[in-house]
Design a protein. Structure first.
Length: 104
């Protein structure tokens, strides 16, 4: 019987099997099934890990989407601002040109 530490597949912490077939990681609570020869390590709650990974992935997507929306709002605000400034400038130029013609 080997007494080597096994690595928790969920958090990477070293866990001592102590000859048990199923060990619970003391750090994250993941149940790890240890085969008789200690060479095959299987995570018992794989589904939960996949689920939490999916949740993290979803959260990432949600943040990305929010960031993109803010970016597009900022862009449209910027283009509206540029549009208004150009109109004001054109009106300003027309007034100056008309003023010059009227003085003559
Ligand atoms: Zn762990």
């Amino acid at each position: 019987m080997k007494t080597t530490m096994i690595k928790c597949p969920a958090c990477g912490a070293g866990v001592e099997p102590d000859g048990r077939s199923v060990v619970e990681c003391p750090y994250c609570g993941t149940k790890i099934s240890v085969a008789d020869d200690d060479s095959v390590i299987r995570v018992v709650n794989e589904a939960e890990i996949i689920k939490s990974n999916n949740e993290i992935e979803l959260e990432k997507l949600r943040i990305e989407e929010q960031r993109r929306q803010e970016e597009s709002i900022r862009k449209s605000f910027k283009s509206t601002f540029i549009f208004i400034i150009s109109i004001v400038l054109v009106i300003f130029l027309i007034v100056i040109i008309m003023g010059l013609f009227m003085n003559e």
